[in-house]
Design a protein around this ligand. Structure first.
Ligand code: ADP
Length: 218
C-alpha cells in the first residue's frame, strides 16, 4: 500500500468505522476515528468533551477548529509515521483543506479516499438497530446481526447499549448534516483523482475482503 493516508468517507451507517477497523488490523496502521475520540472526551468530561457534547447530542457537527486540533495532535504521535486511517474526518471542506495542508507540511503524498456508499433505508436500519457491548465494544444490530440473547453480548455477557446519538431524531439530523456538509467532499476528491468508490450495501466481511485486496495492490 503506497498511500500513507487513507480517508474513509461515507454517510453515517455506511460502515466506515467497521471497515476502518478491519483495514487497520490488517495493515497495522492506526484508525483515527474523530467520533470515538470525541465520545471519549465526553466521557472524560474534558474541556473538549464539554464543548462538543451538545453538538453531538443534536446530531450536528462539532466546530472544525476543535476537531482539526484533535486530529493534528493524534497524527503527530509516532505510531502514525507509517500511515494512518482517518475515519469520520474530514467532514467539511474546511477540514479537507486542513488535511491537505497537514499532509503537505509533513511531506506525505496525497491521501487515498474510499467513499463507502449505501442506500438510505439500509443506513436507517443500521443506525436505529445498532447496539454496542458496554464491556468489550462489540457491535450488534437488532435487525441485521442480533445477539443470541436479547440485549446481552455473545462474547462476555456485557449489556448492550444504544449510542446516545442513535435516536431517530438525531439520526435524521446526522444524515442531513452529511448531505449538506460532507457529501461535497465527494466532488472535491473526485476532481483531484483521489476517490475510490466502495459498494457499502453488501455484508461487512465481503466489503472488508475487497478493500484489503484493493489496498494491497494500491
Ligand atoms: P457517524 O458517522 O455514525 O455519524 P461518528 O461516530 O463518526 O458517527 O460521529 C459522531 C458525532 O461526532 C457526529 O455526529 C459529530 O457531532 C461528531 N463528529 C465526528 N467527527 C467529526 C468531524 N470530523 N467534524 C465535526 N464533527 C464530528
Amino acid at each position: 500500500m503506497r498511500s500513507q493516508a487513507l480517508i474513509f468517507l461515507g454517510a453515517p451507517g455506511a460502515g466506515k468505522g467497521t471497515q476502518a477497523r478491519e483495514v487497520s488490523k490488517h495493515f497495522s496502521i492506526p484508525q483515527i476515528s474523530t467520533g470515538d475520540m470525541l465520545r471519549e472526551a465526553v466521557r472524560n468530561r474534558s474541556p473538549l468533551g464539554l464543548a462538543a457534547k451538545a453538538k453531538m447530542d443534536a446530531g450536528e457537527l462539532v466546530p472544525d477548529e476543535l476537531v482539526c486540533r484533535l486530529v493534528e495532535q493524534r497524527i503527530g504521535q509516532p505510531d502514525c509515521q507509517r500511515g494512518f486511517i482517518l475515519d469520520g474526518f474530514p467532514r467539511t471542506l474546511a477540514q479537507a483543506e486542513f488535511v491537505d495542508r497537514m499532509l503537505q507540511a509533513k511531506g506525505r503524498g496525497n491521501p487515498l479516499v474510499l467513499d463507502i456508499k449505501a442506500d438510505r433505508d439500509l443506513l436507517l436500519k443500521r443506525l436505529t438497530g445498532r447496539r454496542t457491548c458496554s464491556l468489550c465494544g462489540e457491535l450488534y444490530n437488532v435487525y441485521l446481526n442480533p445477539p443470541r440473547v436479547d440485549s446481552v453480548c455473545d462474547k462476555d455477557g456485557g449489556r448492550l447499549l444504544q449510542r446516545a446519538d442513535d435516536s431517530e431524531e438525531t439520526i435524521r439530523q446526522r444524515l442531513a448534516a452529511y448531505e449538506k456538509q460532507t457529501s461535497p467532499l465527494i466532488d472535491y476528491y473526485q476532481s483531484k483523482g483521489l476517490l475510490q468508490e466502495v459498494d457499502g450495501n453488501r455484508r461487512p466481511e465481503f466489503i472488508a475482503k475487497e478493500l484489503i485486496d484493493f489496498l494491497g495492490k494500491a
